[in-house]
Design a binder for this molecule. Structure first.
Ligand code: NAD
Length: 489
């Protein structure tokens, strides 16, 4: 049995844990590795490792820290295909989706390479006749990152590159279901010249998360995962005096106006609903067609879904759709489809047909005539099940967006500038797409979830990311010009 190692003190370590979570190849069901549920003592070793590195790393000149990041970026590019292969293997994404996962992560490293500029403070000379004022951004100390299974490369890279660029040291706890890419990212960081102990990776599950949230030597926690755990991490971390940014689940609504371009709209909806097998926090989960748009979407999407090549992604680079993460996720989704009977909705495309014999596959599923009172309209599905609703007005469509309480994304397809502006202004979410299926923020912008999709003040990525991983110091300096003159300078 292969045990997924942790990376502590610059060394690969096998945990003594007795409990493990299997890492599957979701395309086949084969077990690739077993992730140990590391103990509190093992988590403490990783935190102490990061703590010991803090003074040296935080006083390393910022230009030198940037140099390591530039080398890291070059190495990530060099190893791009292999990293993509790892994501395909342990997560089950299709080749283009896995490329997107790694690429988006590298873009955050690109952003972090600009740290000498990003971290500059401000000065205000002569705030009094003999006094200057200045502010600087200082690192926090040891930061921890806790990540989900659905973006094994991008989400860890939302966190540690920017944290270490700012001069912090880091403990990453990847998802126990997809830890292999994270380990490879750490290996490459070492190869790029990142000093040992600056970045540590600990394997684990619930107990590891609680140990990190409660650890007195951790200053800040970045979390991405389901809302239930996001809330728990936020509450536990903040009550232990830490700064926390905690991103949760979502339910993203897409509105289609009758004047939307049919071809590009349906392509974008298919990508948003079924891309990554629906396992995205920015997945389009509900589509609302106004007037005749509803029927048009269902007809076109069902045709498209019938033609999807659903194949094991590890052996078929041309697969259109991959599996979900494990048997439990598959079971949950199949039950959701099964339980539709009697709820008044209609199955327009049944994802239980024509699936590979092994692996954890669920095909594209379209459920038409969903109404706001149904669970499908409000709960995160996290799988390839798209609900279609038929509101009578734009205002009614906007009301659907509040049903779930989440607040990641909202999308409108239209050629009407007024309707687009209405959604951009009124949708109760932080990321809006106008004729864009997945308006996920890129590295220069904050990934700005609202409501039950985010707990905290400063989001990951962009300048909010820099602010999250630093704290401000202001310095006021008084000088005595007579003294300078007396010395003859
Ligand atoms: P998850 O919440 O089950 O797990 C995320 C992390 O929390 C993992 O590292 C896991 O070990 C840990 N964890 C799980 N249960 C725990 C518990 N009871 N106590 C303490 N820690 C626990 O999420 P997942 O299934 O890996 O990922 C899918 C979820 O992540 C979806 O809800 C998705 O919307 C969300 N997500 C959100 C974003 C975003 O930016 N908002 C991005 C990606 C994924």
């Amino acid at each position: 049995m292969t045990i997924t190692p942790s990376y502590i003190n610059g060394e690969w370590i096998t945990s003594n844990a007795t409990q493990h979570t299997p890492v599957y190849n979701p395309s086949t069901g084969e077990i690739l590795s077993q992730t140990p549920h590391s103990s509190r003592q093992e988590i403490d070793q990783a935190v102490q490792s990061a703590k010991n590195a803090f003074i040296g790393w935080s006083t390393t000149p910022v230009l030198k820290r940037a140099t390591v990041l530039f080398r890291y970026k070059a190495l990530l590019e060099e190893h791009f295909s292999k990293l993509v292969g790892l994501v395909v293997k342990e997560n089950g994404k299709t080749l283009p989706e896995a490329k997107g996962d790694v690429r988006r992560g590298i873009e955050v490293v690109d952003f972090a390479c600009g740290i000498p500029h990003l971290i500059k403070g401000e000065t205000l000379p002569q705030i009094a006749s003999t006094m200057d004022g200045a502010s600087t951004y200082e690192p926090l100390g040891v930061c921890a990152g806790i990540t989900p299974f659905n973006f094994p490369a991008m989400v860890p890279m939302w966190m540690f590159p920017l944290a270490i660029a700012c001069g912090n040291t880091f403990v990453l706890k990847p998802s126990e279901k997809t830890p292999l890419t994270a380990n490879r990212l750490a290996e490459l960081a070492k190869e790029a010249g990142l000093p040992d102990r600056v970045l540590n990776v600990v394997q684990g599950a619930r107990e590891a998360v609680d140990a990190l949230c409660e650890h007195p030597d951790i200053s800040a926690i970045s979390f991405v995962g389901s809302t239930r755990v996001a809330k728990h991490v936020y509450t536990t971390g903040t009550s232990h005096g830490k700064r926390v940014q905690s991103a949760g689940g979502a339910k993203n609504v897409m509105i289609v106006m009758p004047d939307a371009d049919p071809e590009s709209t349906v392509r974008a909806i298919a990508g948003a609903a079924f891309g990554c097998a629906g396992q995205r926090c920015m997945a389009g989960s509900v589509v609302l067609g106004l007037e005749q748009a509803g029927q048009g979407i269902v007809d076109r999407l069902s045709d498209m879904a019938d033609k999807f090549k659903i194949l094991p992604t590890d052996s078929n680079p041309d697969s259109d759709m991959g599996p979900v993460i494990d048997g439990a996720a598959r079971e949950r989704l199949l039950n959701t489809i099964e339980n539709l009977a009697g709820q008044g909705a209609q199955l327009a495309s049944d994802g239980r047909r024509g699936l590979p014999n092994s692996g954890f596959f669920v095909g594209p599923t379209i459920v038409d005539h969903v109404t706001p009172d149904m669970n499908l309209a409000r709960d995160e599905v996290f799988g390839p099940i798209l609900s279609v609703g038929r509101p009578e007005s734009l205002d009614e469509a906007i009301e659907w967006m509040s049903l779930s309480g989440y607040g990641n994304g909202a999308v409108i397809f239209t050629s009407n500038g007024g309707a687009a502006r209405e959604i951009a202004r009124k949708a109760p979410c932080g990321m809006i797409g106008v004729n864009v299926g997945v308006p996920a923020a890129i590295s220069q912008f904050a990934f700005s979830g609202w409501n039950q999709s985010f707990f905290g003040d400063l989001h990951v990525q962009g300048m909010e990311g820099v602010r999250f991983y630093t704290r401000q110091k202001v310095v006021f300096s008084r000088w005595d010009s007579n003294y300078v003159r007396k010395l003859g300078w």
